[in-house]
Ligand binder design. Sequence first.
Ligand code: NAX
Length: 325
Amino acid sequence: MKNPIPIAVTGAAGQINYSLLFRLSAGELLGPDQPIILRLLEIPAAMGNLQGVVMELRDCAFPLLHDIVITDDPKVAFIDVEYAFLIGAKPRGPGMLRSDLLEQNAEIFAVQGQAINAVASRQVKVLVTGNPSNTNALIAINNAPDLPSHCFAAMTMLDHTRALSQLAEKTGYNPQDIYRVCIWGNHSCSQYPDLRHVRFTQALSIEHFDADWNLNVFIPTVQYRGTEIIKTRGQSSAASAANAALLHMKTWIEGTRDHDWVSMAVLSDGSYGIDEGLVFSFPVQVVGGQFQIVQGIAIDEFSREYLDRNQAELREERQAIKHLL
Ligand code: NAX
């Protein structure tokens, strides 16, 4: 039997984790012969709920689930972890301004960044899902000065799979036959789902999509999918978000397939004219556990406008929390 690998998950009593924790425990991230230890972080008020989730996890008798640690102390949660899913965040309450949400959640990610810096594995992969995820990742990076920034990414994988799904529906192809979809920018309604570089395994090309469908159907459907889910389901995306978190981390570990890329929000190195020091979603390729921003993609005027809008929004978010950087 291999040594168990610790995985930290925050917001463990929340709805995304009601799917994610079970899938991690079933071996969907690290494979069928790799035991894991779940290190679960919650706030004291949610500890009762978390106890119930832990009872259910134990009731599944997962052979790979070696142990479960629950805590409200980030310095305990992140000890030696190689993978960390930062999912816990405060929801936007009634009458709360976006800036209030930004401020309150920002503090959570400052504290957690410091704890990861102090006690996590030096090779840790940290996926930030809690919103506003790009800026929360930026805060975590800045509060973990002993770790390289490539230990951190924010999640735009759900937007990416939403885009894939729209294209699959439109073309009749299986999503796995579609390559090079990409989400640029912020995980917000400003994001830019880009189909201009899409390739198919079959003889269909991008010319089959008219500009009108792109502008009026594809882009807004992906941008506002989260809002539509809330309207329709009465709650925000949970199982699909858990699926995306799993897929993001799995791709980060195992790599992207040949000739393809995925979307990850990572610290900009100035690529495509995006300020260094913003966490921005780019197309990335992953090899040997390291992501690289794909270079050399042509950005036309149409795309540039979206990229600039996202950059402006992320600059504003960064300005609002600059005291935490
Ligand atoms: P829930 O409100 O169901 O769960 C959040 C959990 O986080 C709660 O149990 C809460 O007690 C816990 N929490 C709050 N502060 C904490 C702290 N300091 N330390 C540890 N735990 C803490 O939300 P859920 O639906 O699970 O969503 C979680 C986050 O993901 C939200 O911020 C949500 O907006 C965000 N999302 C991000 C997505 C993305 O693609 N980046 C998509 C899905 C989701 O909307």
